[in-house]
Design a protein around this ligand. Sequence first.
Ligand code: PLP
Length: 454
Amino acid sequence: MSNSSDAMSSSSGAGSDADRGPHAALYARHQAVLPDWLAVYYQRPIEITHGEGRHVWDAEGNRYLDFFGGILTTMTAHALPEVTKAISEQAGRILHTSTLYLDRPMVDLAERVATLSGIPDARVFFTTSGTEANDTALLLATTYRRSNQILAMRNSYHGRSFSAVGITGNRGWSPTSLSPLQTLYVHGGVRTRGPFAGLSDGEYIKACVADLEDVLGQAHGNVAALIAEPIQGVGGFTSPPDGLFAAFREVLDRHGILWITDEVQTGWGRTGDHFWGWQAHDRSGPPDILTFAKGIGNGMSIGGVVARAEVMNCLGANSISTFGGSPITMAAGLANLTHLVEHDLQGNARRVGGLLTERLRAACAGLDTVREVRGRGLMIGIELVEPGTGDPYPEGASAVLEAAREGGLLIGKGGGHNSSVLRIAPPLSLTVAEAEEGAEILEAALKSTRSGRS
Ligand code: PLP
């Protein structure tokens, strides 16, 4: 488990000091002052100095096309002028007031997010991270329902606080089994392996619903909530069939169980067809609680929870987050969201993401190392397997990452403890030309890692 904002994003990093080139001294200092489990991604660490648009530069002057966007935080573009201006203007006025007082950027952003959430009578509570947002959502649900039982998905990831790691559906990401919450795990996150692999959409939904009913039958009385990522992020960009959460919702409603949708990775139009991941299951209606973070601040620390007033108000006073809703982050979030909506970056994610997915499918068609190219919008996963055995192929994923870096492309990886899924999540302003440039580099990296059948 790393303390990175994305559990599997920093899990490699082995290699000798000699391999670390000009970064050896920086790496040695890193090891001296930071916990040793705070690993870095590449064999030779990259020291990023600045970025612009969809590109970043390192201390050696190398330019990279950024297909991971600071782990999905750079939602619009690096160094977006509107965001930079909003931050510097707000910094010139006041940096922070605490939530004891009102500030206009916080109220304005809350209004936008409440409306966009689709949740009726919505209230917004700002935090400083996705973890804290999920923690708050769990606090709300357990308080509202007077139960500490939570349903979560297998292979899920929701952050690194005590309660968030306590509910993760992958024990590899959790150093503790001492959570105060009792968590029951259900299927529905991953389709390429496990007992339901190979089922049609309809059969898969049926099997997952039967599993949910079965798990609920084993619960002790009340269950507070189901928390789920609409598309598992760290888990490897795995999409359930549309309608799964609508089918789950029917069961949850029968039991009065709340539905928390964790939109930390899937929010803000990244999936192209929808503004939120839950909307792919729209017969289900809006969730009871929605959590967000990552992209809204374009790199500034913003997280938050949206819930119906009735649910939100069960916390009451003294639930203050000192830095949540800080004017400087709110000003950045507002400028970023305004740019996203005015430039229809959701539509861009749909168009360019669709082209990129097809282009990558074509590139991977002859490769026996690739099980699947999947995704929605600009959230694309390439699942690697070991040729011959079909087993997860973490060494292959690491090798592709390194080869892509040599070609001038940054990507991510994930997919559970096996970390065999390449993750592609560029800023949503990606152009068609940049998509093609990245696809070419990635194709060469995949082919150099293991020659395909063709
Ligand atoms: N939820 C999901 C789906 C995530 O992917 C993450 C981080 O990767 C989190 C929550 C935790 O967010 P943060 O790292 O901002 O605390």
